[in-house]
Design a protein around this ligand. Structure first.
Ligand SMILES: [Zn+2]
Length: 411
């Protein structure tokens, strides 16, 4: 039998702690030697040769506490090596350990365990983990992709919607780069993968499937596409740490962006149609540290954009729901109210929630004061961005106007 896994061999005699050997991909196998005894064969893919360990009366211990996580250690008596196995298939690892136990006691193994050979183990090729395709002629149209791929890059300008479905069957894939193609819709089958990095730069993407779920996605690059809005689908990807949306046609940054993407550290919205930055992005206490906003038609003058203080019963009720974190869903509240509740803004003075009635001003503010590194590409643009500030009441609004140097309203 043979088992692919990560392997680390440590010599128990050398316990000075200096030898910090890293685990590496390899294969372990069981073979019957010429003297009719079972041996353990261990080979790291980076080495050409394999190591053999006699098993009969030569196993000091089998450490298998973490076997259900695909980890175990075989302690050999002579030489005094610990063969540490990890990232192994759990069932195969259990079979291997029970076989080693039998062989170390001098028993023969059941006929279901087929003997391998040193030669066979040495001939094994390292599994293909990465594949980059930049020419159409390299595309594996007939033979398909190696199932072991962890990282796949296809920059051929040939991929279109629907994207080749074979990509979505690669179970080990964590990084997918489909930049510089002609894809028009983010493929919904993306959620069949466990991606942490998805790059779709320079395509023709205009739309998204609804309710896309990518539970471990950390990096999403949709720059140089045809997006006209920051879609709700993106706002549902709540594990995102880096979101790159430069060179699209986006007009509005959703006010609840950082509330829905609490892990976001880097946000790039340069070269779009943004006029103002919502107050939530300028707030302290978020993880955002880098914000690219250059080459947008930002408003330059401070101004009043809304003053609506006719408090309705709905506004007061919604404020109460937000303030006291009262749970709600589509069964208990109408859909329109639910969508309003997602998009609330906090008063820039007293932090009370504002939903449909508020006063609003655009006022230049230094984002860097909040620990956010701002990046501009045009030399003419200043580091002060027009922040959209909302105020919950006439009293708070007047405070904001005074701070911004605008004329106060009579109460
Ligand atoms: Zn207020």
């Amino acid at each position: 039998m043979k088992l692919d896994c990560k392997i680390k061999i440590q010599d128990r005699q050398r316990t000075n702690g200096l030898a910090t050997i890293k685990a590496a991909k390899g294969v372990v196998g069981l073979a019957k030697s010429n003297s009719d005894e079972w041996v353990l064969i261990v080979r790291l893919f980076k080495d050409t040769s394999a190591t053999q360990y006699k098993l009969r009366n030569n196993v000091q211990a089998l450490l298998h506490k973490m076997i259900n996580n695909g980890m175990a250690t075989v302690q050999i008596k002579t030489p005094s090596h610990d063969v540490q196995l990890s990232e192994a298939n759990v069932e195969s690892l259990k079979t291997l350990l029970s076989s080693i136990r039998l062989a170390s006691a001098g028993n023969d193994l059941p006929s279901t365990i087929k003997s391998t050979s040193v030669n066979a183990v040495q001939k094994l090729q390292r599994p293909t983990l990465q594949l980059t395709i930049t020419q159409v002629s390299d595309y594996p149209t007939l033979k398909g992709f190696p199932s072991t791929l962890e990282k796949l890059t296809i920059n051929t300008a040939q991929l279109r919607t629907p994207v080749d479905r074979r990509i979505f069957t690669l179970k080990n894939l964590h990084t997918l780069d489909l930049s510089e193609n002609n894809i028009t819709q983010l493929p919904s089958k993306i959620e069949m993968l466990h991606l942490h990095t998805l790059t779709l730069r320079a395509n023709q993407i205009r739309s998204f499937p609804n309710d896309l779920k990518c539970p471990v996605l950390k990096y999403l690059d949709l720059s140089q596409n045809q997006l006209s809005a920051l879609d709700e689908t993106i706002l549902n990807l709540n594990t995102l740490e880096r979101l790159i949306l430069s060179s699209n046609h986006i007009k509005i940054i959703p006010r609840h962006l950082l509330r829905l993407l609490p892990q976001l550290q880097v946000f790039n919205i340069a070269s779009n149609q943004i006029r103002v930055i919502p107050n939530g992005l300028a707030a302290s206490g978020t993880r955002l540290h880098t914000f690219h906003y250059g080459e947008n038609p930002l408003v330059t003058n401070k101004c009043i954009t809304c003053q609506r203080f006719n408090f309705t019963l709905v506004e007061l009720a919604l404020r109460t729901v937000v303030k006291h974190r009262i749970p709600y869903n589509f069964q208990t509240l109408p859909r329109t109210l639910c969508s309003l509740l997602v998009k609330y803004e906090l008063c820039a003075h007293c932090a009370a929630p504002c939903l449909t009635n508020f006063g609003e001003i655009f006022v230049p503010r230094q984002l860097s004061a909040n620990g956010v590194t701002v990046h501009v590409t045009a030399a003419s643009q200043s580091f002060a961005v027009p922040v959209q500030e909302r105020y919950c009441s006439m009293k708070c609004f007047n405070y904001g106007l005074k701070r911004a140097g605008l004329t106060q309203m009579p109460i």
